[in-house]
Write a protein that binds this ligand. Structure first.
Ligand SMILES: NC(=O)C1=CN([C@@H]2O[C@H](COP(=O)(O)OP(=O)(O)OC[C@H]3O[C@@H](n4cnc5c(N)ncnc54)[C@H](OP(=O)(O)O)[C@@H]3O)[C@@H](O)[C@H]2O)C=CC1
Ligand SMILES: CC[C@](O)(C(C)=O)C(=O)O
Ligand SMILES: [Mg+2]
Ligand SMILES: [Mg+2]
Length: 331
């Protein structure tokens, strides 16, 4: 399938400016979408439960805050940016009873549609605008006049105009400044889950922790290990981001480049590739989704345990101390 990629010139901002948008949730993505939509001239309200800690933050920004049900009732475009595991319940209790013919139901990630947890009625548009980056950077880039690339997908085109609406929404949050690629809910969900598990979050975190452990266990100073495998990783990835892997190799020494070319494949070897294939298969056949939904329903015992172990890793203590000494990184 040839890629279809859209930019600002292809998008009609007026389409989303003509809608009443409800952003359900005000976390990482929710705050970025709500604020950037507002700044793009869109009529936006935020849907949050009465007890939500984020209500005050949204109100401080001058946003209209309603309950999720009130926001859904008032709007004709509802973007669900609550946690994936909570969306099914929010949809059933707050959104479905307030959906009207001609409304549009939007997602920032395809999990609940791909795995059949939400089944919208046939008379609404169902589409996705999925930024390929963390919400806080989606907002920061928008404010800086830049944008994070987005994926758009249409699951259900009741109006005949769902793709143009999704592209218009993506432009309003800055995505079309960087590029908006057309995909499907299936492709976005499977690639996003694979990417965050095997490479971006799971793979990268485990690589850094393991490299740190190898150096510290061999008797090197933890502070030097931290700079070597975590701090400098960002600088190396920045070069990859700017010029690809080849661009990164241009800036490093020949010694590093030979080590990269000859040793990298020994770390990320055929065994790792096979593990990645298994992780992808678990995403594709629904094993991961089933496990995650059950884990959440059980009160997240394994998630909490693993999270606590990660937070207690020595690299966190060392990193906190070193980052506090860098004026530009300390908060
Ligand atoms: N994090 C990211 O950068 C990315 C996320 N996505 C997708 O975006 C969606 C949102 O994820 P993310 O931004 O990380 O979520 P967060 O956990 O950061 O924020 C979730 C928000 O939903 C609110 N919330 C919780 N329960 C309810 C409820 N019952 N009704 C209404 N709001 C509720 C939370 O309230 P409170 O503030 O009170 O906790 C919070 O504001 C997911 O589909 C995710 O996969 C896609 C791309 C990247
Ligand atoms: C990489 C993690 C992500 O998919 C993202 C920021 O894009 C997420 O779900 O948070
Ligand atoms: Mg992602
Ligand atoms: Mg994701």
């Amino acid at each position: 399938m040839a890629v279809e990629i859209f930019y600002d010139a292809d998008a009609d901002l007026g389409i989303v400016q003509g809608r009443k948008v409800a952003v359900i949730g005000y976390g990482s993505q929710g705050h970025a979408h709500a604020l950037s939509l507002r700044d793009s001239g869109v009529d936006v309200r935020v849907g949050l439960p009465e007890g939500s800690k984020s209500r005050a933050k949204a109100e401080e920004e001058g946003l209209k805050v309603l309950t999720p049900a009130e926001a859904a009732a008032e709007a004709d475009l509802i973007m669900i940016l609550a946690p994936d595991t909570k969306q099914r319940e929010i949809y059933a209790n707050d959104i479905a009873p307030n959906l009207k013919q001609g409304d549009a139901l939007f997602f920032g990630h395809g999990f609940n549609i791909r795995y059949g947890l939400i089944q919208p009625p046939a008379d609404v548009d169902v589409a996705m605008v999925a930024p390929k980056g963390p919400g806080h950077l989606v907002r920061r880039q928008f404010v800086d006049g830049k944008g994070v690339p987005c994926l758009i997908a249409v699951e259900q085109d009741a109006s005949g105009n769902a793709q143009a609406l999704a592209l218009s929404y993506a432009a309003a949050i800055g995505g079309a400044r960087a590029g908006v690629i057309k995909t499907t809910f299936k492709e976005e969900t499977e690639t996003d889950l694979f990417g965050e598990q095997a490479v971006l979050c799971g793979g990268a975190s485990a690589l850094v922790q393991t490299g740190f452990e190898v150096l510290v266990e061999a008797g090197y100073q933890p502070e030097i290990a931290y700079f070597e495998v975590l701090h400098e990783l960002k600088l190396i990835v920045d070069l990859m981001w700017e010029g690809g892997i080849a661009g990164q190799r241009y800036s490093i020494s020949d010694t590093a480049e030979y080590g990269d070319l000859s040793r990298g494949p020994r770390v990320i070897d055929a065994h790792v590739k096979e593990s990645m294939r298994k992780i992808l298969a678990e995403v594709q056949d629904g094993t991961f989704a089933k496990e995650w939904v059950a884990e959440d329903e059980a009160g997240r015992p394994n998630f909490t345990k693993l999270q606590a172990e990660g937070n207690a890793h020595q690299i966190e203590e060392v990193g906190k101390k070193l980052r506090a000494l860098m004026s530009w990184t300390s908060k």
